[in-house]
Write a protein that binds this ligand. Structure first.
Ligand code: ATP
Length: 358
């Protein structure tokens, strides 16, 4: 196992990058603690695979260093880094039995056969494959095959980290839940450093202790699932995480306070800068109907089981709120209140103008 440090990292697929857009990864400084469970979360094209390939050694970054336990491995091969990888599509040898598939990484490294048998049985037990050890892998379903991939990642005792690249993509939706829970349980049992790449917020939030949220080649926030929900550092995080995501509406600033819909809005933060894009961010969970507040009009009500998701038009902007079942919902004109503790001012997208790490 290892602590993994990415120091002053940047990557461009162009030999002579000119504009900021030419950088697939703009500037990264991250420390992944030994034994941590991390998720790398972001939309398609934000740089997740590029970052994962730099960590695994498939790609040498244009700039900066990769350290494993303080040792510079920037130019070391994947084999030398002792990295196990689980890909979107399980890599399984169909002609072999489940046992032989699990044993493969160990036999490849010349591990003694009695040790192989012991480790394979341990890992088969963890991944619920014990009953299938003698079966041919070809007969397994997609989730069974992905369990073999997982097992192969776990079977070695010498790995520094296990990297998962969207491992649940080909799994049936109803089995995803089970495998997600299994992965979390496995991390707790083996305590290996695990980095899980996904564009799915549910997968990231259920698996990881720390989630690294990326957007267009940049890390916008690193935090626990609760931190990402309660205090998004960037409007992108607020919007990307949550369902529906955070409401973001433009506002003006007067004496450090936000003005929206002609009213002063109480917020958790105050700002000084006024020369950039100024916005208010508030999650639907913290918007409510009130006697006094910003004028709005109810547009749509969607039944979400235990609550209703209410869409309003508030000063020309779409603002969602959650309303408990049985609570009265105005049929047209309404007034909205924003919970001050959970309403924030964002400057140019960043909370109070603050960037990650500053
Ligand atoms: P996805 O979830 O779709 O795999 P991602 O978040 O993993 O996306 P990357 O694949 O790392 O993102 O891509 C980041 C950026 O780098 C994108 O703009 C992509 O077009 C570009 N890119 C990725 N691989 C290459 C390559 N081999 N050559 C040139 N550009 C590339």
């Amino acid at each position: 196992m290892a602590k993994i440090t990415l120091s002053d990292l940047r990557h461009s697929y162009f030999t002579k990058p000119k504009t900021p857009d030419d950088w697939a990864l703009k500037q990264l400084d991250i420390e992944w603690e030994d034994g941590g469970a991390y998720a790398l979360l972001g939309p398609s094209g934000c740089g997740k695979s590029t970052l994962l390939n730099i960590i695994s050694g498939l790609l040498v970054p244009s700039h900066g260093r990769v350290l494993f336990n303080e040792l510079d491995v920037t130019h070391a091969s994947t084999a030398d880094r002792k990295i196990a990888q689980v890909f979107q599509f399980p890599v399984v040898y169909d002609s072999m039995t489940v046992f032989d598939n699990l044993a493969f990484p160990l036999r490849n490294r010349g591990v003694a056969e009695d040790e192989v048998t012991k480790r394979v049985h341990e890992v088969a037990e963890m991944t619920d494959l014990t009953a299938m050890l003698k079966n041919r892998a070809s007969g397994l379903t997609a989730d069974g095959k992905q369990k073999i991939s997982l097992g192969r990642g776990l079977v070695r005792t010498d790995v520094n980290a296990i990297l998962f690249d969207e491992p649940l993509t080909v799994i049936d939706p109803h089995l995803k839940f089970l495998l997600r829970a299994k992965l979390k349980e496995l991390h707790q049992r083996v305590n290996n450093t695990m980095i899980y790449v996904t564009h799915d917020q549910t997968e990231a939030l259920t698996f990881a202790d720390q989630v690294v949220v990326m957007n267009v080649g940049e890390v916008v926030q690193i935090g626990t699932p609760v931190e990402l929900f309660e205090e998004p550092q960037h409007t992108f995080v607020g919007h990307f995480i949550g369902s529906p995501g955070m409401n973001v509406v433009p506002c003006t600033i007067e004496s450090g306070s936000a003005i929206f819909g002609g009213r002063k809005i109480k917020t958790a933060n105050k700002v000084t800068a006024t020369t950039v894009k100024t916005e208010l961010g508030v999650r639907p969970e913290f918007v409510s109907f009130a006697k006094t507040g910003v004028a709005a009009r109810v547009v749509k009500v969607a039944d979400a089981g235990r609550f209703n998701i209410v869409e309003t038009n508030c000063q020309g902007h779409r603002v969602y709120l959650l309303s408990a079942k049985g609570e009265p919902i105005p049929s047209g004109a309404a007034k909205l209140a924003f919970d001050p503790e959970n309403t924030r001012i964002y400057l140019d997208g960043w909370l109070g103008g603050r960037r990650v790490g500053s």
